[in-house]
Write a protein that binds this ligand. Structure first.
Ligand SMILES: [Zn+2]
Length: 489
């Protein structure tokens, strides 16, 4: 797909599927009994140019589209409709696309040129085989190893770019300006205007499959969402993520890494729309000048979740505020679900460098917040670690059905820009070695080793990997401590 640039935008479709367009053009031309030269004469173009169009190799300007439509006596929309004009054209298009797939090309077969002599059932047969080839290829791509490697690689890219993605910021800013956004939090009507801007409508349904957040019907240009709050993934955010896929021109993911990249980009787009760079940056710069940087304030000003605000902070902090930082989201047991750093903090990681599913140090603020007397208020702490001291702000969002702590941290020297820097909480962590927290005290180990048989709680769904240990997902130090406490009763 390609966008039509350089001329007035098409309201009907922002994107033109060149292959579908070419097929349709050829079909209508033949229906009219015209040769390429006939049509070329009518629109004042060389037949070779039209041939390029019909083969999906060139993008038509809007002016040419209009003269083609006039010459063929059809409305412009008829030329642009995505649906194939006939079953035959649909098959030809599908085969054309299939042969462009590297997977297909990798078979090393001579290119099949579909002439009128190739019957439909042969095309259907080939496409059936291709479909099976694709689905077999797709299976097994997301092994835990590959998932972990993909996560680690993506995090590397994010770190390199200070978690700032200029092209996505630009796409978000363009969409916002198209619907007349000026400043402040995004209203529901602006979200609605964005959906309309992309040529879609929203349908709220109750029977959305459990495994999806939304489904987009590309043919009828509808986005199906379920009416419910899912923490950071409110219907508003889910809609914007879906629009992100459209705005960024995503295609069906090739593999898990591609899927992950697309999902991250779509999330980024949603965040960049909800907390627009143009408004958020001046706000943050002023807060820094006042030495009152605070994720909470960012959350309140833009009416987003705490997690969204913290994550968005990491997008803008390095690029605009000159701050390195880290972000982590973990559950009450200390298992990490999401993490980012460019400030040198060392997260626990497996051999592939994946952090998701690892249990983080008990001394870190994301775990300490669960032990604080008021776990739902914002928790500030200085954490000494082998790579230096960090100032960390952790918060458990009470609006979510499950408790997750979201932490934003910066190196000690940057604490001066933040609210809460006067905190007296201070911990010392030796992790990632685990000596400070992971191994049970020697005395307890001596007493309980071999006498504990915990039954692990079914660990989570979203994690690519379970934390290591003899009972995966189970915190032995916790188990031994528990046994010790209750053994005395
Ligand atoms: Zn530790």
């Amino acid at each position: 797909m390609a966008s039509l640039v350089g001329e007035e935008p098409l309201s009907l479709t922002q994107e033109l599927d060149l292959i579908a367009f070419g097929q349709r053009l050829r079909h209508i031309r033949k229906q009219r009994g015209l040769t390429l030269s006939d049509l070329g004469e009518r629109v004042g173009r060389a037949p070779s140019q039209l041939s390029l169009l019909e083969n999906g190799k060139r993008e038509p300007k809007l002016s040419l589209l209009k003269s083609l439509a006039a010459a063929l006596n059809v409305p412009v929309e008829d030329l642009l409709r995505r649906q194939a004009p006939s079953r035959r054209a649909q098959l030809e298009m599908a085969l054309e696309e299939a042969q462009r797939d590297p997977l297909y090309a990798g078979l090393g077969l001579a290119r099949l040129k579909v002439s009128a002599r190739v019957p439909n059932d042969v095309l259907e047969h080939i496409l059936g085989l291709y479909g099976e080839l694709r689905s077999r290829q797709a299976k097994g791509t997301a092994t835990p190893e590959e998932a972990r490697a993909a996560n680690a690689e993506l995090r590397g890219t994010q770190r390199e770019r200070g978690n700032y993605f200029e092209e996505i910021e630009k796409a978000a800013a363009e969409a916002l300006s198209a619907v007349g956004y000026r400043t402040g939090a995004l209203s529901q009507s602006t979200v609605q205007a964005l959906v309309t801007h992309f040529g879609y409508t929203v349908r709220t349904v109750q029977d959305l499959p459990r495994t999806v957040r939304s489904i987009t019907d590309l043919r009828n240009r509808r986005i199906y969402v379920k009416h419910e709050q899912l923490g950071m993934h409110t219907p508003r955010t889910i809609l914007l993520q879906t629009l992100g896929h459209l705005a960024l021109g995503h295609h069906k993911p090739r593999d898990f890494a591609d899927f992950l990249r697309q999902r991250t980009e779509a999330n980024y787009f949603a965040a960049a729309v909800l907390v627009p760079e143009a408004t958020a940056v001046p706000y943050l710069l002023e807060a820094k000048q006042d030495r009152a940087l605070s994720v909470e304030d960012l959350r309140d000003v833009f009416a987003v979740s705490y997690e969204m605000a913290a994550h968005r902070f990491t997008n803008l902090a390095t690029h605009f505020l000159g701050l390195v930082c880290h972000f982590v989201r973990n559950d009450a047991g200390g298992i990490i679900y999401k993490a980012y750093e460019n400030d040198g903090i060392v997260f626990p990681a497996d051999e592939q460098g994946a952090i998701e599913g690892q249990r983080m140090c008990l001394q870190w603020s994301g775990r300490q917040v669960f032990r604080s007397s008021d776990r739902f208020s914002v928790f500030y702490q200085y954490s000494d670690s082998p790579t230096g001291t960090y100032f960390c702000v952790a918060h458990v969002d009470p609006s979510r059905e499950r408790d997750f702590a979201v932490t934003l941290g910066v190196p000690y020297r940057e604490s001066r820009w933040f609210r809460g820097r006067e905190t007296t909480h201070r911990t010392r962590s030796g992790c990632p070695t685990g000596d400070c927290c992971r191994r049970p005290p020697a005395e307890l180990t001596q007493r309980w080793e071999g006498y504990a048989w915990p039954s692990a709680r079914g660990n989570s769904h979203v994690l690519a990997a379970l934390p290591p240990g003899s009972f995966p997902g189970v915190d032995e130090a916790d188990v031994y401590g528990f046994l010790e406490r209750h053994a005395k009763e």
